[in-house]
Design a protein around this ligand. Sequence first.
Ligand code: SER
Length: 317
Amino acid sequence: MNKILVTGAAGQLGTELTQKLCEIHGSEAIIASDINQNSSAKFSFCQFMVLDVMDKNSLRNAIINEKITQVYHLAAILSATAEQKPLLAWKLNIDSLLILLDLAKELKLDRVFWPSSIAVFGKESPKINTAQDAVQTANTVYGISKMAGERWCDYYYSHHNVDVRSLRFPGLIGYKAKPGGGTTDYAVDIFHKALAGQVFRSFLEKETRLPMMYMPDATKATIDLMQAPSDNITVRSSYNLTAMSFTPEEIFLELKKHFPEFKIKYQPDYRQEIASNWPQTIDDQYARNDWNWQQEYDLPEMTKDIIKNLPYWIDKI
Ligand code: SER
């Protein structure tokens, strides 16, 4: 049987994407992997392996021995953590992608998925309806690694015919994993504080608008892109993608409808500068035209859904 490998499967996106892939392809076709052995507890429903994506030989052996034909490469260090550990973040984010792209070429993998980010845009990029080809002046370690990674994806597609596909994710919000060191992760944490009856201390200012997406839409976009016929994919760097945009004040007010006593305090830190240089809204017409991207959730619907589900998940994450 041909199998699908997910790297960094225990992270925010991996946790939900692995479940979705099992629903679609059957659990026996999916292998979740992570560098952290303790993550195995999350994957009772499918095969799990400890895998260091920086170790090319281990990755090659896994691909050959398990007959893997597709890889979803999610292992990465996100924006806020990357500013604390710049060289490690660059090394992990770029070296592991190059190792995988090279193995995809050597072992003729059918398909590879790699997430990019709105972080490829920077101070000089337009902030409103940022276009697919808008100028990219990333000035975070994370953003620089995603900019370079996109060029490598495009290179391996055009020079070596590697069918690699990618999305520039906005902030992803889910309830099945803890916040993972991203600047947009305040919008995950705020739900935990509201539910616990605690004051939320926002590390971003009140009016900082960022593009965001609820996790079921992120997994749907990933799978839609991976299932699209190759000829439909006109962007081989990474597709702009969005679902909604909001500020800390707007999500706070949405939560206040459900938790009238909820309180917020604004205490911006170094992450404010990261967020200030990112787009506020994204033009994702290529994704909509090429493979019919359409989101399902807006801010009120997402908020209702998380409030309904988080209490049952809080002990499991
Ligand atoms: N959510 C990511 C971060 O904040 C951006 O892609 O790091």
